[in-house]
Design a protein around this ligand. Structure first.
Ligand code: SF4
Ligand code: SF4
Length: 358
């Protein structure tokens, strides 16, 4: 099987799949009629006695501060890149902070793009830390090598920010094929900086989490403990690097990964794999149930994947919701928007921003 290689954004190429409706149409067009519930996610939930997917207690406030990124990885579900100029402005960040004060969320998960490239990123982190929230920065590692980010590892360490770093694999070819040549070497250099700032050494205030995703059309490894041990040994022996935790996530069949699946002839097989690997034990822990996802322009979504497919939060009385108008009781009453892409979260051990679910 060929593996994906780094690319440029769908938007920059004016690709057909830069339209989210085209992505949904393509997923719906895959013939899954021979599979349980014909590959219909809602019917699959019903079959397992979940009449509808509803929110549980809000725990994680996830803010996507924009699509701007210094990289253009092949599998990116955001279609991020240097050409994407959509970033959250200060007024929207302030609206997020005001909304956060109304919720009981204990964690603020900051994502992008490369969130650090948003000019208001440090302000957002400062204000969130002041509120006593646990802050996670979803970092692509290479961004830490930019001259303007030189002090960032120590700056994070002083504030107790958890760094969740994406690294597809602990070996160079697997990482570079997905993220671009030279990425692995740069990632190692960035990890060294984080280690030097005290990250990855067991200090709960300086937590370094690595996030791996499979290269190609397979599911993430379901033996988390074994995988983490292998990564820890591999990075220590070859690069003298330590980290605290490894989480493994599935690639979602949306955006640039969807394009790769289609172009490489893997789409049918991947969707069959996801549907056949449906695990009902993942349903109660799906991240859309305890997370609120805010887009760069303040619109609200059930999760970052729905955000990328423009499937806005739906409420019986309101077509869409904006962070300025957040009312927690409205959120609690909503029904989560689902589709075929959701099988990416329920396959195998399940997949979420926090790793496996079941
Ligand atoms: S680093 Fe992350 S956000 Fe940036 S292109 Fe790669 S996957 Fe997308
Ligand atoms: S993509 Fe995953 S997290 Fe998002 S709504 Fe579907 S099941 Fe929930």
């Amino acid at each position: 099987m060929s593996s994906p290689t780094a690319t440029v954004s769908l938007k920059q190429r004016h690709a057909l799949l830069s339209s989210t409706q085209q992505q949904i149409n393509l997923l719906e067009a895959v013939d899954l009629s021979h599979l349980p519930e014909q590959g219909n996610f809602e019917a699959t939930l019903n079959h397992h006695r979940w009449e509808k997917l509803t929110p549980s207690k809000l725990e994680i406030f996830q803010i996507n501060v924009g699509k701007l990124c210094n990289m253009t990885c092949r599998h990116c579900h955001v279609d991020a890149g240097p050409d994407r100029k959509e970033i959250m402005d200060l007024a929207t960040i302030d609206a997020c902070l005001q909304a956060l004060d109304q919720t009981e969320a204990h964690t603020v998960d900051i994502t992008g793009g490369a969130p650090e490239l948003n000019p208001h990123f440090r302000y957002l982190v400062e204000q969130t830390v002041v509120r006593g929230k646990h802050v996670i920065d979803r970092c692509n590692l290479t961004v830490l090598l930019l001259p303007s980010m030189k002090d960032l590892p120590e700056w994070f360490a002083e504030r107790g920010v958890e760094i969740a770093c994406s690294l597809p694999h602990f070996r160079q070819p697997n990482t570079d094929s997905q993220r671009g040549d030279g990425t692995f070497e740069q990632s190692i250099a960035a990890l060294r900086k984080l280690n030097a700032a005290g990250y990855g050494k067991g200090d709960p205030k300086r937590k370094l989490t690595l996030v791996s995703n499979p290269v190609g059309a397979s599911l993430s490894c379901n033996q988390a403990a074994l995988l983490e041990k292998m990564w820890k040994e591999g990075l220590m022996e070859n690069h003298n690097i330590t980290f605290d935790r490894l989480i493994a996530i599935n690639n979602m069949p949306i955006s640039r990964h969807l394009e790769w699946l289609e172009q490489s002839g893997n789409l049918q097989a991947y969707m069959e794999l996801l549907v056949n690997s449906f695990n009902p034990a993942t349903i109660s822990g799906l991240m859309c149930r305890n997370t609120l996802s805010v887009a760069w322009d303040g619109r609200l979504f059930d999760c970052d994947f729905n955000q990328m497919l423009e499937l806005e939060i739906q409420h019986p009385d309101r077509k869409s919701l904006h962070i300025r108008d957040l009312a927690t009781e409205l959120l609690a009453q909503r029904q989560i928007q689902t589709g075929r892409h959701c099988f990416g979260c329920t396959a195998g051990k399940g997949s979420s921003c926090g790793g496996a679910i079941a």
